[in-house]
Design a binder for this molecule. Structure first.
Ligand code: SF4
Ligand code: SF4
Length: 119
């Protein structure tokens, strides 16, 4: 299984890391591009310091107990998600319905593609 995040759309809500039963995701600082881009996201989905404007407009003022687009992770939210351990994914799909940015991509071993859609 290959799991990666469309970085400009990631709000840093940390839902993916919190719900994943097999620790596929890590949260990293947005200031550390090397770590933030350590999964297999294609070039156009890499973190280059710019948020997707539509996702930012949707989430920046939402008060739901999470920080949105904060540069650093504080243990509860902030930073950027990296699909660092995709080989462990069991395709439970929990992350796919919890992802605020609708930015998680999973490709299974047969090449089937899955993308998150916020519940
Ligand atoms: S689908 Fe995979 S990456 Fe997502 S929560 Fe389940 S095991 Fe983790
Ligand atoms: S759930 Fe989606 S938007 Fe939230 S941190 Fe994970 S990848 Fe980013």
């Amino acid at each position: 299984m290959d799991v990666y995040v469309d970085k400009p759309k990631c709000t840093g809500c940390q839902h993916c890391k919190d719900v994943c039963p097999v620790a596929v995701f890590e949260m990293h600082s947005r200031a550390d591009a090397a770590k933030a881009n350590a999964d297999n996201a294609p070039e156009e989905m890499k973190w280059a310091g710019v948020h997707d404007p539509a996702v930012e407009a949707k989430w920046k003022d939402v008060q739901d107990g999470h920080k949105h687009f904060a540069p650093e992770n504080d243990g509860q939210s902030g930073g950027i998600s990296v699909g660092i351990n995709g080989s462990a994914c069991i395709l439970c799909q929990a992350c796919l319905i919890e992802c605020e940015g609708e930015c998680i991509h999973i490709i299974d071993d047969s090449g089937n593609k899955y993308q998150s859609i916020y519940k």
